[in-house]
Design a protein around this ligand. Structure first.
Ligand code: WT7
Length: 655
């Protein structure tokens, strides 16, 4: 990891929030933002204590925060319940008939019409309670981890809420992951129950989710129960005594279920994310702190108001779907749109058609999607009236200024503030982001810290570096939704986040601040790729490759890709007796897809006689990244064992 990151980015365009937006926003000016931010830093207990008054507590807390790095406890001694606060509390405010989830199917009928379901808070509560009662009937209780492997249907959100209602932490596994990935996660979490569906619609095809789950469960010795929501009607084998249809288990259940009083620090969910080494980490989030932060970031970052139709295009399998589909919007009593399928089905105008038909006001997506739309052509956008939109957001990776400008002009019609939100699975919610009614934005920067966030750019000793100098992006004070650990692996938690810089949370990202104090994220400092806004650990992909009998060694790096941001490039050396050819390349790509999932599939496999290593035997990925990008290898090669290796790689053909 190099500490000397240089930044050559220059961006001088500044966009002030439109006056009409600011005048009705929750936070109306920079003065207001600064005053509130300062207060949140000077008196965090006062600040967060006030926010927490929004919620219903089954037992009041004694203390707002206790922190001794790396361990934080928030709202100590209190008891509350997430599902209660998302549903019952909102219904008690008189919003039982308000639409909570506005769902739209991927398939469309002959007239081009999708199926639309508007599920009210009242209905979502009943659905949640029936699932909760059904889970209880299966023997699921407080503390039992329930795995959820489901498509983007309202039942997925209801399943998450049902878990939190009875105090069973959920572990949502993105439905694009493979059987191996499900099994690893269930085994790691000791999860005995999985909720899935028969299939999932994707670009007009049916992905057989239940079949994948069957394969996974064959490798989960302690697996006990599997509940299958019927969605696509595809044929699925059911195992007697283990598998249940949703209808037989849930439909007859009472539609009320008492919410379990949960201690503030009880585990709310685990969500697995990739790291640079070893298997994915089960990031732990707890009840009250996460709830408070998901609520407040949704309110202020998206400037949520009563009549908004809010749409986040993420999948519930990622943290974005947890905080900004399932929890944040419901905690704010808002209407959240949920779309089942692909952005280009049946055509590339699908998203804009949805925005127009449902009069979406707040739209949150990823830079990789924006780049894909740019590529598909602006004509798909221009067919639609997007005037309902009042603000936009992005997340997942740095947004390149061209994509930012395109988003601003073509989607936002030049009038919508854009919130480029920097955060992570580990942080639970937005950390660095504009507050749309206040913060002037510049294309490519996530701007300034959210309330309560003491973000800084430091060197390895923890000293702040001067403006425009690159360094490590750290958080110096606790915040309510900070991760509480890595499930079952205390050492990894301490080593990954709390060891690089003494006493501070290190995000793993490099960044700089400009003269206005704005944060410019420069990317990961570890061996983690960011493909289409999703984190992939190089080690996982490498071990999937080495698992093939022909492969001796492999090194995976990212290479620039104009839509995905980064694509996977794998360097592979073969065992003697094996030869590189197109067939092997196909097999190896497929192997990664089977072991991890399609998002990890390498775009390129390059064969080499040897990989460049330091004298101590460490693979020099910096060099491989340059080779993969087609750049000349520059920089310090004095520790390289054999420079011939690099010359051969550069000259060597493309497998
Ligand atoms: C990593 C976290 C947070 C939900 C989506 C990804 C990168 C995320 C931004 C942004 C620049 C960003 C960082 C971060 N990242 N948002 N707005 N600007 N980089 O969650 O899988 O936990 O990945 O994504 O590198 O560390 P994740």
């Amino acid at each position: 990891m190099s500490d000397n990151i240089q930044s050559f980015e220059q961006e001088s365009r500044v966009f002030d929030p439109p006056a009409a937006f600011s005048s009705s926003a929750h936070i109306k000016s920079m003065d207001e933002y600064r005053a509130l931010w300062q207060r949140s830093i000077d008196d965090p207990d006062g600040f967060w204590g006030e926010v927490a008054q929004t919620f219903d507590w089954m037992k009041p807390y004694d203390k707002v925060c206790e922190f001794e790095a790396p361990d934080a406890r928030w709202f100590v001694g209190g008891q509350t319940n997430m599902a209660h606060n998302c549903l019952d509390r909102i219904i008690a405010e008189g919003k039982g008939d308000k639409t909570a989830l506005l769902w739209e199917s991927e398939p469309v009928d002959d007239a081009g019409k999708p199926e639309v379901r508007a599920i009210t808070y009242g209905e979502l509560k009943s659905m949640t309670c029936r699932i909760a009662n059904g889970l209880k009937a299966l023997g699921v209780g407080k503390g039992d981890v329930v795995t959820i492997y489901m498509p983007m249907i309202p039942e997925a959100v209801a399943a998450m809420l049902a878990c939190t209602r009875i105090g069973a932490p959920h572990s949502v596994v993105f439905a694009g992951f493979s059987a191996g990935a499900i099994a690893d996660r269930m085994n790691d979490a000791g999860s005995k129950v999985i909720l899935t569906s028969d299939g999932s619609y994707r670009r007009g095809k049916v992905l057989p989710l239940k079949t994948t789950v069957d394969e996974a469960l064959a490798n989960v010795p302690h697996a006990e129960k599997c509940v299958v929501f019927k969605r696509c009607g595809n044929d699925v084998p059911m195992t007697d005594g283990r598998d249940y249809w949703d209808s037989e288990l849930f439909n007859a259940q009472p539609d009320d279920c008492a919410a379990e009083p949960m201690d503030s620090e009880d585990l709310l969910f685990v969500l697995y994310t990739s790291g640079s080494t070893g298997k994915p980490k089960g990031i732990m989030h707890t009840t009250a702190g996460y709830m408070t932060y998901a609520y407040l970031t949704t309110k202020y970052t998206f400037d949520i108001h009563e009549d908004d139709v809010y749409w986040c295009t993420a999948d519930v399998g990622w943290i974005t779907g947890h905080s900004y589909i399932a929890y944040g919007p419901l905690l704010n009593g808002s209407t959240c749109l949920m779309y089942e399928g692909a952005p280009n089905y049946p055509e590339w105008n699908r998203f804009w058609d949805i925005v127009e038909r449902h009069k979406v006001t707040v739209f949150y997506t990823a830079p990789t999607a924006i780049r894909a739309f740019m590529k598909a052509g602006v004509e798909h956008v221009e067919k639609h009236d997007l005037s309902s939109l009042r603000m936009l957001g992005t997340v997942g990776e740095p947004i390149n200024p061209e994509a930012w400008m395109w988003y601003h002009e073509h989607i936002g019609g030049g009038k919508c503030p854009i919130a480029d939100t920097w955060w992570q699975t580990e942080t639970g919610g937005h950390m660095v982001t504009p507050v749309p009614g206040a913060t002037p934005t510049k294309p490519g920067t996530a701007t300034l810290p959210f309330f309560g966030i003491d973000a800084a750019i430091v060197d390895r000793q923890g000293n702040e570096v001067p403006p425009n100098e690159g360094g490590l992006l750290v958080i110096r004070k606790p915040w309510p939704s900070m991760l509480r650990g890595v499930l079952g692996d205390r050492d990894r938690f301490v080593k990954t986040y709390w060891s690089d810089v003494p006493g501070m949370y290190f995000s793993g990202d490099g960044a700089r601040r400009d003269d206005d104090g704005y944060f410019w994220i420069m990317g990961r400092m570890d061996d983690v790729l960011n493909v289409s806004g999703h984190r992939l650990g190089t080690a996982e992909i490498e071990s999937a490759l080495v698992a093939h009998e022909a492969v001796a060694e492999s090194a995976v790096v990212g290479m620039p890709h104009d839509v995905k941001g980064e694509a996977v490039c794998a360097f592979v050396t073969l065992k003697t007796g094996f030869t590189a050819d197109d067939e092997l390349t196909k097999v190896l790509k497929k192997q990664v897809q089977t072991e991890i999932g399609a998002i990890a599939r390498p775009d390129e496999i390059r064969y080499a006689e040897a990989l460049p290593k330091t004298r101590s035997g460490k693979i020099m990925r910096r060099l491989l990244r340059q080779v993969a990008a087609g750049k000349e290898v520059t920089g310090d090669v004095t520790t390289l064992e054999d420079f011939n290796v690099v010359q051969k790689l550069q000259g060597g053909g493309d497998g």
